[in-house]
Design a protein around this ligand. Structure first.
Ligand code: ADP
Ligand code: MG
Length: 221
C-alpha cells in the first residue's frame, strides 16, 4: 500500500502569550490522496491558516503528526522541515508569492536552486508554459496582472514538482474568470497526481473541490 500524499493526525496548536491561551487547532485530522483536491473552509479565526502552516512545516504543531509522502514532517528541526518542504510541498498564498526584484523566470529558478534534487526538475520554461506564462518569463512581478501574478505564484509553488500543493485563499483577490483559470490549472495538476489542499471562502472553489473540510473553533465540524 502506498502512503497518503498528505496525512495529518490529531493536530493541536496552542498559542500562549502571558495569561492568554488560544487553542487554534484542537485535534484536527486531515488526509489528502494523490490526485485529490480538498477545500478547507470556516469562519475567520477558525484555524485554517494555522492548519495550513502546520501541514507545510512552516509552523510546528503543539501535538499531533504530519506526514508528507509517508515522511514525518512534524517534530523535526526547522532546517529538516524546510528541506522536506522544498522537495515535496508547494505553498501558494493569496499574494506576495514572488520576490519583487526577480523576473518571473528567476523566481522559479530560485525555488529550484534551493532544492537539492535527486532527479532533474522540469525546466523553468516548461513550468511557465504549464501555467500559461511562457511569454511573461522576463516580466517583473510589478508588471503582471492579478491573474498573471496568481499563476506566477503557482509556477513557483510547482517549481520542484511537489507531491502536495497547499494554498491559502489563492483566489481571494481574483475575479471569477481568473479564478476559474487558476482552478483549471489546479485540477490539471491534481490529475497529474498532485494532492491539493486549499483554504478558501469561495463557493465556486468549494463546488469544484472533490471534498470539503469545514473548520469551526479549531475543530473539524
Ligand atoms: P483563520 O485562518 O481560519 O482565519 P487562523 O489560523 O489565522 O484562522 O487563527 C486561528 C486562531 O489562532 C485565531 O484565534 C487567531 O487569533 C489565533 N492565532 C493565529 N496565529 C497566532 C499567533 N501567531 N499568535 C497568537 N494567536 C494566533
Ligand atoms: Mg487565514
Amino acid at each position: 500500500m502506498t502512503a497518503l500524499a498528505l496525512d495529518a493526525d490529531s493536530l493541536y496548536r496552542f498559542y500562549r502569550s502571558g495569561e492568554e491561551e488560544t487553542l487554534a487547532l484542537r485535534g484536527v485530522s486531515v488526509s489528502v490522496d494523490a490526485g485529490e483536491m480538498v477545500a478547507v473552509t470556516g469562519p475567520s479565526g477558525s484555524g485554517k491558516s494555522t492548519l495550513l502552516a502546520c501541514l507545510a512545516g512552516l509552523d510546528e504543531p503543539t501535538a499531533g503528526t504530519v506526514r508528507v509522502g509517508g515522511k514525518r514532517m512534524s517534530a523535526r528541526p526547522e532546517a529538516e522541515r524546510a528541506e522536506l518542504r522544498s522537495g515535496s510541498i508547494g505553498v501558494l498564498f493569496q499574494s506576495n508569492n514572488l520576490f519583487a526584484h526577480l523576473s518571473v523566470e528567476d523566481n522559479v529558478l530560485l525555488a529550484q536552486r534551493l532544492q537539492k534534487r535527486l532527479s532533474p526538475a522540469p525546466s523553468a520554461v516548461e513550468i511557465l508554459a504549464r501555467v500559461g506564462l511562457a511569454d511573461r518569463a522576463r516580466a517583473l512581478p510589478s508588471q503582471l496582472s492579478g491573474g498573471e501574478s496568481a499563476r506566477a505564484g503557482l509556477a513557483v509553488a510547482l517549481a520542484n514538482d511537489p507531491v502536495v500543493l497547499l494554498a491559502d485563499e489563492p483566489t481571494g483577490e481574483l475575479d471569477k474568470a481568473t479564478e476559474q483559470r487558476l482552478l483549471d490549472l489546479l485540477r490539471t495538476h491534481a490529475d497529474r497526481g498532485c494532492a491539493i489542499l486549499l483554504v478558501t471562502h469561495s463557493p465556486h472553489v468549494v463546488a469544484t473541490a472533490d471534498r470539503v473540510i469545514s473548520l469551526l473553533d479549531g475543530q473539524v465540524r
